[in-house]
Ligand binder design. Structure first.
Ligand SMILES: *[C@@H]1O[C@H](CO)[C@@H](O)[C@H](O)[C@H]1NC(C)=O
Ligand SMILES: *[C@@H]1O[C@H](CO)[C@@H](O)[C@H](O)[C@H]1NC(C)=O
Ligand SMILES: *[C@@H]1O[C@H](CO)[C@@H](O)[C@H](O)[C@H]1NC(C)=O
Ligand SMILES: *[C@@H]1O[C@H](CO)[C@@H](O)[C@H](O)[C@H]1NC(C)=O
Ligand SMILES: *[C@@H]1O[C@H](CO)[C@@H](O)[C@H](O)[C@H]1NC(C)=O
Length: 560
């Protein structure tokens, strides 16, 4: 009921503050910029930017009900994914909404273009002066300390009561995005070579595709279905290098053609510049999909900076671009994220609903859970636990990290916890209640017991061997875990498609209904905030989720 909650929130504000005259009423606000941003001064009046207005969809709750039905393995409708037009029927704004919002913009001399496959987005080029006047806002320049990049944001903005119910989110306004995002931590990169026939013992200290095959029972036989695909979005100029992939396959997949490669798509002026000095650690996602999901078609989508607004604009653009395709990818794995508290509730909800829509089309949307533990930055000082976004959205699968073999142990950086925006979905309610009961009073008051809990699952994420700029070495991060899990889903989808069946689509109801198909992880925790964080315990936990893949058991759960 995500959309409806937001709508009634907006309505409530309107009722309280609206007067007979069409007075602006507060749409969203935040007290201060998030930690890590410095206020510079008023944004120059003549500075222009792309203002995005998300219109309220006419039937988000209908889409949600439908998605949960078609993703529930015990429903007769399981696997009946929707077409683009069917999804758009739910997502489209009402005519009344389009008319009211466009009339308001026109009155303010602003011409907006309709975008989004369902026509639920408007965008317009505006100056700061225009935006300040339109939204009774006060756009200021904020500098992101770590990158030095500056952004125009307003801590509060309003819209007239007559249009408020029709608007789901406005961006950029009070959402801040950390343009550095969550990227894998480089642990060792130094030309170390690892035995390609690595056995599980060496896997305790260096993870290769052979380790994952041994640990999780992942087959090496090539997939056969050309219509199958895994999409890997890339941001912030992390380029995937073809030469590094080839070296990687030569070292670690001696059984397959080293010329095996990936397709590249670009968005927002994205590039995929080749050359050792342009190698980003992004090589990781591509190497652990091409190198693990043998012969599953892999596409790297490189999202550029033309959004003028950092990652969040890119997040919106890529989900809208994928939703506009007639045939959506069966899997999309993203290793970037933000802190939930940096986003406005409206924007977080609109994005989460877009992942819901992709799930309804049959895409398994996966995100790395984040590498900040419970604090968001692995720090000990803080007053409440930080929540990762989009990991905390209930309509995608969040993947945490583990290390070690026999037993696998939770990685201390593996982000996990409870959303402050999205409530606990039914599919995980029993698993989460069981965990909270065992947890007792530990960490009481530091997290929201009624929130959507994450991650859902986990996979290896420490000392994962990659080739970057010609050097081989190990990297750490849930950024490794997500593509590894995505590869497992891609291989199961290959068999489903070959058998004329639907791909797995939105995974979570299926995952929680088949908890025994995962290797439960019961050691380790994700410390932070002056606590030991959440302990990994028997069953689901907010560090490793349900556990790591057991390919044979997952295959059985998929009906083989
Ligand atoms: C919303 O979708 C649900 C599920 O398809 C449907 O039952 C309901 O009638 C729809 N509501 C509206 C207002 O269209
Ligand atoms: C819109 O443009 C007209 C004509 O240039 C001007 O009179 C009016 O004040 C403008 N309105 C706003 C809200 O900027
Ligand atoms: C905004 O500007 C860009 C380039 O400056 C242009 O391509 C786009 O069409 C403009 N959009 C609108 C709604 O005017
Ligand atoms: C999230 O917040 C923490 C604590 O303020 C910070 O250290 C970390 O960099 C933030 N992460 C992102 C992705 O913004
Ligand atoms: C806790 O999460 C719920 C969503 O389940 C949300 O409505 C509520 O505002 C959150 N509480 C706090 C203190 O953030």
């Amino acid at each position: 009921m995500i959309g409806t909650t937001l709508l009634s929130g907006a309505l409530l504000i309107s009722l309280v503050t609206a007067s007979p005259i069409n007075r602006p009423c507060l749409f969203e606000s935040r007290r201060t910029a998030p930690k890590g941003f410095t206020h510079v001064g008023a944004a120059p009046e003549s500075q222009s930017f792309k203002l995005r207005i998300a219109l309220a969809s006419n039937n988000v709750s209908g889409l949600e009900t439908t998605l949960l039905d078609i993703s529930n393995p015990s429903s007769p409708n399981y696997g009946n994914h929707l077409t683009k037009d069917e999804v758009n029927t739910f997502l489209a704004p009402t005519d009344e909404a389009v008319t009211a919002v466009q009339r308001w913009l026109t009155k303010n001399n602003i011409t907006a273009a309709v975008s989004g496959s369902a026509g639920d987005w408007l965008s317009a080029n505006v100056t700061v002066a225009q935006a300040n006047s339109l939204l009774s806002a006060n756009y200021q320049t904020f500098q992101h300390d770590a990158s030095g990049k500056t952004y125009a944001r307003t801590l509060a903005h309003s819209v007239p009561a007559t249009v408020s119910p029709f608007i789901a989110a406005i961006h950029p306004a009070s959402s801040f995005n950390n343009p550095v995002s969550s990227r894998p931590v480089l642990s060792v990169l130094g030309g170390k070579t690892v035995d390609a026939r690595a056995i599980p013992r060496s896997c305790a200290t260096s993870v290769t595709p052979a380790c994952l095959q041994a640990l999780y029972g992942i087959p090496t036989t090539p997939a056969t279905q050309a219509s199958n695909s895994i999409v890997i979005p890339g941001f912030i100029e992390q380029f995937a290098q073809k030469a590094d992939l080839q070296s990687f396959l030569q070292s670690f997949r001696t059984d397959i053609d080293p010329a095996t490669t990936f397709a590249t798509q670009t968005l927002d002026g994205g590039k995929n510049t080749q050359g050792a000095r342009f190698a980003g650690i992004e090589a990781l996602d591509i190497q652990y999909t091409v190198g693990v999901a043998t012969n599953v078609p892999i596409t790297f989508v490189t999202v550029g900076e033309n959004t003028q607004d950092g990652d969040l604009g890119g997040f919106l653009d890529i989900v809208n671009a994928v939703a506009a395709e007639d045939a959506v990818p069966q899997v999309m794995s993203t290793s970037y994220g933000e802190n939930e508290s940096d986003l406005s509730i409206g924007l977080a909800t609109k994005l989460c609903n877009a992942y819901m829509a992709l799930g309804a089309r049959g895409t398994s949307v996966l995100f790395a859970s984040g590498d900040g533990g419970v604090e968001g930055g692995q720090a000990q000082q803080c007053s409440v636990f930080q929540v990762a976004f989009p990991a905390g959205c209930p309509y995608l699968t969040a993947v945490g990290s583990v290390h070690g073999v026999a037993p696998e142990i939770a990685s201390d950086f593996s982000s996990g916890g409870f959303s402050n925006v999205f409530g606990t979905p039914d599919y995980q309610a029993t698993a989460v209640a069981g965990y909270l009961k065992t947890l007792g009073n530990t960490n009481k008051g530091l997290f929201n017991t009624s929130g959507r809990a994450y991650p859902d699952v986990s996979a290896q994420g420490e000392n994962v061997q990659i080739v970057s700029g010609g050097s081989t070495g190990g990297v750490d991060g849930t950024s490794a875990s997500s593509p590894i899990f995505a590869s497992v889903i891609g291989l199961i989808n290959d068999e489903l498609i070959a058998g004329g069946k639907s791909p797995l689509g939105f995974l979570n109801p299926w995952l929680y209904a088949n908890a025994a198909a995962f290797n439960d992880v019961v050691d380790g925790s994700n410390p932070g905030c002056g606590t030991d964080g959440f302990p990994a315990l028997a069953g689901w936990d907010p560090v490793t989720g349900l556990g790591t893949p057991n390919f044979a058991a997952m295959r059985t759960a998929a009906g083989f």
